[in-house]
Design a protein around this ligand. Structure first.
Ligand code: SAM
Length: 244
């Protein structure tokens, strides 16, 4: 997948090639990232990219012409143009999964009070937010999106790191994880994880994923795709521990 990021701070994206799994995705060519400086498309002699808002008010607005030229410089027939915006639909794991199918993403990172609305209405396919709060610029949201996409690209994660069991992939949170030592400050790792019985461990993990989701994010259970399957699972677990 090719990703162009349109930004006023292209140098920020240099660090991605040295950053953990995103760096690995870049090395293996699963993803190619190119930061494009919107300022390079300003025709103003002072290279201005922002101006006062019509109608008055505080702050500056990013001018449409340089952004439009920047989009045009990299747009192809298969491009999906995304404006990172606090007004967009919230990024979820299923949306990230959907984005991994794209061949070319153009991510527009805004700044100041945002971008001229004519760009959003006419040249942007989706507005996507990373959460209901306002950041200074779209660069961090673009990086968040790139990270989330990179780890889902085929071949980037090893089988040990597989994403299918992680939180949100199947509509649940992940089960609790433990590592050595067996006892830490008097707190023991659950016995079942030391039992070597893989079917019991697997059931424990599935049930714990349900429990964790119920405790931390009960709202997610309403969206659950296959509640019947989950109930059957709980039944088998209860049978296994002799409570049914
Ligand atoms: N005035 C805008 C508003 O109230 O909707 C906020 C502009 S914000 C200060 C500047 C830029 O940061 C935006 O153009 C957008 O690209 C980015 N941004 C801020 N919060 C974001 C979020 N939650 N998700 C994605 N992008 C965000």
């Amino acid at each position: 997948m090719k990703v162009h990021v349109l930004t006023l701070f292209p140098e920020i994206f240099d660090m991605l090639k040295d950053y953990s799994i995103v760096g690995r995705a870049i090395d293996s060519e699963a993803i190619e990232i190119e930061a494009v400086n919107i300022r390079d498309f300003s025709t103003d002699k002072h290279r201005r990219v922002d101006d006062y808002p019509y109608g008055g008010g505080k702050g500056m607005v990013m001018k449409p012409e340089p952004i439009h030229s920047a989009i045009e410089s990299c747009k192809k027939d298969n491009s999906r143009v995304i404006y990172l915006s606090p007004q967009g639909k919230i990024m979820t794991q299923s949306l990230v999964k959907e984005l991994t199918e794209e061949e070319h993403l153009i991510l527009l990172a805004g700044h100041y009070e945002g971008v001229d609305n004519r760009i959003i209405e006419n040249f942007v396919d989706d507005e996507i937010s990373i959460g209901d709060y306002v950041l200074t610029g779209g660069e961090l949201p673009a990086m968040v999106m790139i990270d989330a996409i990179s780890r889902l690209m085929p071949g980037v994660l090893s089988s040990e790191e597989s994403y299918e069991i992680e939180s949100h992939y199947e509509g649940l949170l992940e089960y609790p994880q433990y590592t050595r030592p067996r006892v830490f400050m008097g707190k023991r790792v659950p016995d079942v994880l030391l039992s070597g019985d893989h079917s019991k461990i697997s059931l424990w993990r599935q049930l714990s994923a349900l429990r964790t989701t119920f405790m931390k994010r009960p709202d997610m259970l309403k969206e659950m795709k296959n509640p019947k399957e989950q109930l059957n699972l709980m039944d088998s677990m209860l049978k296994l521990i002799g409570k049914r």
